[in-house]
Write a protein that binds this ligand. Structure first.
Ligand SMILES: [Zn+2]
Length: 139
């Protein structure tokens, strides 16, 4: 029996103690960021300490889910079995209102509409029971 090339599951994020609150939030439809009480800045991805000032006085807060496209690209060729049937698809860096940038995909949006500075809002894609990936759509 041969394995069909496109049957390999996509790689998924690995949930750790450090990022578990983020993924728990996504499952509840909330985009959570870490916020530093010392320097009043948000950060993403999750870390044990503030990337701006080194403080360990960080907590989880809910982000607005809104941002703009900072940069994006359209992938026309991806020979990896996990993605070969998805082309063309986009990969975007979203500048969140709170400051951090997040790599994701723009969905539910005509690809011809994609442009830098396009306002977007988060949507959650339940890829399995544990992982609901944050993606973004045009506002
Ligand atoms: Zn800080």
């Amino acid at each position: 029996m041969t394995m069909v090339a496109d049957s390999r599951p996509k790689p998924l994020p690995i949930v750790t103690d450090e990022n578990r609150p983020f993924w728990d939030g996504c499952r509840q439809g909330k985009l959570l960021l870490q916020y530093c009480d010392q320097c009043q800045q948000h950060q993403f991805y999750p870390r044990l300490y503030c990337m701006h000032c080194g403080s360990s006085s960080i907590r989880w807060v809910q982000a607005s889910g809104r941002g703009i496209i900072y940069s994006y690209t359209i992938i026309y060729q991806n020979k990896s079995p996990e993605f070969v049937r998805d082309t063309p698809y986009n990969v975007a860096v979203v500048q969140l209102e709170e400051g951090p940038r997040m790599m994701s995909n723009i969905v539910e949006t005509d690809p011809a509409e994609l442009r830098v500075d396009l306002p977007v809002t988060v949507v959650f894609d339940a890829v399995n029971d544990d992982i609901h990936l944050p993606r973004f759509k045009a506002l």
